[in-house]
Design a protein around this ligand. Structure first.
Ligand code: HEM
Length: 526
C-alpha cells in the first residue's frame, strides 16, 4: 500500500559525508549511536539520554545502526526530522530520500489536503490569477511568520504578539479580513493584487490560510475580535471612523464585539446591559455584563449592544479609557490566546457621539454583519476540518499495524471515504455561495443567502463533529493526548464545537434556514 503523502525538505545541507549501510551499522552503542532516517544518517550519541521516547528504544538491535525510517515516521511529527537536522552527519551512498516533508509556503501534494482549485492540473470556475497570487503570498506569510507563534501560544495561552498584528497591518492583512470594499481601494495588496479587484474569494483565501495553520483559540485571538467588532463602525460618525478604524487596522489598537451576556446568547433580544442618558443629555451611562467576548481581555474598544428602552436596543462604541470597564479571562475549552473575556460595565460614561447609527438601531446593526460573520466561520470551519483530516490521513499511511499501514484496513478507509466526501461537498457549496455574494448586492444577499449561509454553517459544523470523532478513533491514544504527534487531532476534538455554538448555534441556524424557505412558500407554490 502506498500513499502519495510525500514531503519535502532538503534536510542534508552543506558538504555532509556519504556512508555505506555497513559503515553505519558499526555505530550501534550508547556512546556511539547512528541511525538512518530516510537516507539521512543521524548521530544520536549526544542525544540518546535526552530522547523523549527513552534511550533503550534507540538501542534496540533492530534500530541502533539500522534504517529506522518507517518506525520513526510512525511515532513522530514530521517536523521532528527537520527540527533535529543538526544531528545529520551524512547520507547513504547511491540512495535518494523517499519521504518528503512539507515545505513551508508550498501547496501540498497529498490528496484532499488542499481545496480542489489549488490541486495541480485542476480547473476552477471561480478562482483566477489574482486569487492565486494572493494565495501564494498568504501561504508564505502564515507558514513562515505565524505558524510557530500560533503553535506555541495555543498551548501557553498568550495572546498573539502585537508585533505580529502590526506586521499583518503593514501587509494590509487586517484590512483585507474586513472583506471587499472602499477601504481597500487605491491599495496594492500582497501578491500585487489591486484593492479594487479584491472580492469575497480573496477574503475566503485569507480566512482559509489562517485556519490551515493556527489552532482555534489563537486563531480567534488573531484579530477575530476585529473581524466582528469593527464592521459596526460603518454606522459611526466620520470623526469616530477616522479616529478608530486606521488605528485598529494598523494593529495599534484592539477592538471587540460585545453582544452576548450571561443571560443572552443567540437570543439577542434578551440583552440586559442598560444605557440611560445623563441629565445633561451628553452621555450614556452604561451598566451591565458581557460574556464570551472574543479578544475582550485585550481590547481597547468595545462595540457594545445595550438596552436604551424597554423594546429598544442601541449600539455604542465604549472605550476602555472611559473608566468603569473591567475585563477578565474566561477559561474555555480552547486557548486563552483568544482573549475570551467576561466584561463588567459599571456606570461607564459614554459620550453620545459614540452612538453607532441612531438610538434604537442596535438590532439592525447586530444583524447587519451576521451573514458575513457566519460565512467567515464557514470558510474557516471547512478548512480546519480539511487540515485535521489531512494530518490524520498522512499518519494512517505511515502507522504500521498488524504488519501493514493503518490505511490498509478497510474500516479505516471507510472513515476517510466519508470525511473526504463531506469536506469536498462542503467546500463546493461554500464556493457557490461565495460566488453569489460576489454577484449580489447587500439587500439581495440578505434576501437570498441568509438561509443558505445558515444551513451551510450548520452543515459544516456537523461535518466537523464527524471529522473530530473519526480522526480521534483513527489516531487512537494520540487523538486524546495533548501536544506531540497528532496533538492537532486532540485540539480539534476539544475545540470544533466553538463553530457550532458561536455566531448562531446549529439549532438556531437550522431553524432559520427552514423558516427562510417557508417564507418563500406561497399558496401557489403548494
Ligand atoms: C532522528 C532520530 C530521532 C529523534 C530526533 C527523535 C526525537 C523525538 C522527539 C522530539 C520526541 C517527542 C515527540 C514529538 O515531538 O513528536 C520523540 C518521541 C518518541 N520517540 Fe523519538 N526520535 C528519534 C528516533 C526515534 C526512533 C528511531 C524511535 C523508535 C525506534 C523513537 C521512538 C520514540 C518514541 C516511542 C517516542 C514517544 C512517542 C509518543 O509520545 O507517543 N524515536 N522522539
Amino acid at each position: 500500500m502506498t500513499c502519495a503523502a510525500a514531503y519535502v525538505p532538503d534536510l542534508v545541507q552543506g558538504s555532509k559525508k556519504v556512508f555505506s549501510r555497513a559503515e553505519v551499522a558499526k555505530h550501534a552503542k550508547e556512546d556511539d549511536l547512528w541511525i538512518i532516517v530516510d537516507t539521512a544518517v543521524y548521530d544520536l550519541s549526544d542525544f540518546i539520554d535526552m530522547h523523549p521516547g527513552g534511550a533503550s528504544i534507540l538501542l534496540d538491535p533492530k534500530i541502533a545502526g539500522k534504517d529506522a525510517t518507517q518506525v520513526f515516521f510512525g511515532l513522530h511529527r514530521g517536523e521532528v526530522a527537520s527540527k533535529y537536522a543538526r544531528m545529520i552527519i551524512g547520507t547513504i551512498e547511491n540512495e535518494k530520500p523517499q519521504v518528503i516533508l512539507p515545505t513551508p509556503g508550498t501547496i501540498s501534494t497529498v490528496p484532499h489536503a488542499e481545496p480542489m482549485w489549488l490541486v495541480k492540473g485542476m480547473q476552477s470556475a471561480y478562482f483566477n490569477d489574482s486569487h492565486r497570487a494572493l494565495q501564494k503570498a498568504m501561504r508564505n506569510f502564515f507558514d513562515n511568520e505565524v505558524r510557530e507563534e500560533a503553535t506555541e501560544h495555543e498551548i501557553s495561552n498568550e495572546r498573539p504578539t502585537v508585533e505580529l498584528i502590526k506586521k499583518m497591518g503593514a501587509n494590509r492583512i487586517n484590512h483585507m479580513r474586513m472583506g471587499p470594499g472602499k477601504h481597500l481601494h487605491g491599495l496594492t495588496l500582497p501578491g500585487g493584487v489591486k484593492g479594487e479587484e479584491f472580492d469575497y474569494f480573496h477574503e475566503m483565501i485569507i480566512t482559509q490560510e489562517v485556519a490551515r495553520v493556527v489552532g482555534r483559540g489563537y486563531g480567534d485571538g488573531l484579530q477575530g475580535g476585529c473581524v466582528i467588532g469593527l464592521p459596526p463602525l460603518n454606522f459611526g460618525s466620520k470623526e469616530l471612523q477616522k479616529r478608530i478604524v486606521p488605528a485598529v487596522l494598523a494593529g495599534d489598537k484592539f477592538i471587540a464585539l460585545a453582544v452576548s451576556e450571561p443571560e443572552a446568547g443567540s437570543d439577542v433580544s434578551g440583552l440586559r446591559t442598560t444605557a440611560t442618558k445623563s441629565e445633561d443629555g451628553r452621555f450614556w451611562i452604561v451598566s451591565g455584563q458581557k460574556k464570551w467576548i472574543t479578544g475582550g481581555n485585550f481590547a481597547d474598544y468595545f462595540t457594545t449592544a445595550v438596552r436604551t428602552g424597554k423594546n429598544e436596543l442601541s449600539m455604542l462604541l465604549i472605550e476602555r479609557d472611559f473608566g468603569g470597564v473591567e475585563t477578565k479571562i474566561i477559561k474555555t475549552a480552547y486557548s486563552s490566546a483568544a482573549g475570551t473575556a467576561y466584561i463588567t460595565f459599571d456606570n461607564v460614561k459614554v459620550p453620545v457621539e459614540n452612538t453607532l447609527g441612531k438610538a434604537g438601531d442596535g438590532l439592525k446593526i447586530v444583524l447587519s454583519n451576521f451573514n458575513h460573520e457566519r460565512w467567515v466561520m464557514c470558510c474557516s470551519a471547512i478548512r480546519a476540518a480539511r487540515a485535521v483530516v489531512d494530518e490524520t490521513f498522512r499518519w494512517a499511511c505511515l502507522r504500521q499495524v498488524f504488519g501493514k499501514p493503518l490505511i490498509g484496513q478497510p474500516v479505516i478507509r471507510a472513515k476517510f471515504a466519508s470525511m473526504f466526501s463531506q469536506i469536498e461537498a462542503g467546500q463546493s457549496w461554500l464556493e457557490n455561495i461565495t460566488f453569489q455574494m460576489c454577484k449580489l448586492n447587500y439587500f439581495q444577499q440578505a434576501d437570498l443567502l441568509a438561509g443558505q449561509i445558515a444551513l451551510l454553517k450548520r452543515y459544516l459544523t456537523r461535518i466537523a463533529a464527524e471529522c473530530a470523532d473519526q480522526c480521534v478513533q483513527i489516531a487512537g491514544g494520540r487523538g486524546i493526548t495533548k501536544g506531540g504527534m497528532l496533538g492537532s487531532v486532540e485540539a480539534y476534538m476539544r475545540t470544533y464545537k466553538f463553530d457550532a455554538v458561536l455566531g448562531g448555534s446549529e439549532e438556531i441556524l437550522g431553524d432559520l434556514g427552514v423558516r427562510q424557505a417557508m417564507r418563500k412558500m406561497t399558496p401557489h407554490s403548494l
